[in-house]
Write a new protein. Structure first.
Length: 220
C-alpha cells in the first residue's frame, strides 16, 4: 500500500526537503503541499491523503486550527495528522494533540524515522511512545484542570476494566506494562484499549491520553 502524504509548512525549502526524503521510499507518495493552514485544509480536502505533516507556526490559520478542522471533517476520517515542531516539548504540541493530532515529529528527524513515522500513523498507530506520553501527562498536570462534562459523559460508557486500562495508558504504560499491572496478557490489554478507543471515539492512543486528562480519568 502506498502512503499518501500532504506537506504543510510555510517554508518552501522545508517542504522540498521532506518531499525529497519521503519519496525515496517506494511506498510513500507526496500528493500535495500547502504554505499555510488555510491552504492545508483545502489541499487535504481535495486529495484526501493518509497522513498530513503539519507545521504549527504558519501565517494566517495556524497548524492547530487546521488540524482541528481536518479531524472534524467526516469525509477525512481516514486522514491522520503529524505535527512538526522544532522543540520536543513545544507548548503547541499539547494544543495540537487536543485538536486531534496523532503525534509529533521534530523537524530534524532522521530520514528513516520520518518514513517509518508516516507508515505507523497511516496504519492507525500513534507517535507517542510511553516515555513521551509520560511527559505529555506531566505537562497536562501543570495546567489548570480541563475536565469537561462531555468527556466525563463519554467515560461513563466504559466498563470498570476499560476505565482502569485507560487510566494506566494515560500514565504512559505500554500494553505489556498494563497487562502486568492488571494480570492479563498484552493482547487482552490491547483489546481493552481498542474497545475503549471505539467507545469514546478516539482515533488513536494519543487521543486516548487526551481524553483521560479531560475526563478526569488520568487523575484516578
Amino acid at each position: 500500500m502506498t502512503v499518501r502524504v500532504v506537506l504543510a509548512d510555510d517554508q518552501a525549502l522545508v517542504r522540498a526537503g521532506f518531499r525529497a526524503l519521503l519519496e525515496r521510499a517506494e511506498d510513500v507518495e507526496v500528493v500535495g503541499e500547502a504554505p499555510d493552514g488555510v491552504a492545508a485544509v483545502e489541499v487535504v480536502a481535495r486529495t484526501r491523503p493518509d497522513v498530513v505533516l503539519m507545521d504549527v507556526r504558519m501565517p494566517g490559520r495556524d497548524g492547530i486550527e487546521a488540524t482541528r478542522l481536518i479531524v472534524a471533517d467526516p469525509a477525512l476520517s481516514g486522514t491522520r495528522v503529524i505535527v512538526l515542531t522544532t522543540f520536543e516539548l513545544d507548548t503547541y504540541v499539547f494544543d495540537a494533540l487536543r485538536a486531534g493530532a496523532s503525534g509529533f515529529l521534530l523537524k530534524d528527524v532522521e530520514p528513516d524515522d520520518l518514513r517509518q513515522a508516516v507508515r505507523i500513523v497511516a496504519a492507525g498507530g500513534a507517535l507517542l511512545s510511553p516515555s513521551v506520553t509520560r511527559r505529555v501527562i506531566a505537562e497536562f498536570a501543570t495546567r489548570p484542570a480541563r475536565a469537561t462534562s462531555a468527556a466525563a459523559a463519554r467515560a461513563e460508557l466504559l466498563t470498570d476494566r476499560e476505565r482502569e486500562v485507560v487510566t494506566l495508558a494515560a500514565r504512559g504504560l505500554s500494553n505489556d506494562e498494563i497487562g502486568r499491572e492488571l494480570f492479563m496478557s498484552p493482547a487482552t490489554a490491547k483489546t481493552h484499549v481498542n474497545r475503549a478507543m471505539t467507545k469514546i471515539g478516539a482515533r488513536d492512543r494519543a487521543q486516548l491520553v487526551v481524553f483521560a486528562f479531560e475526563s478526569g480519568l488520568a487523575d484516578a
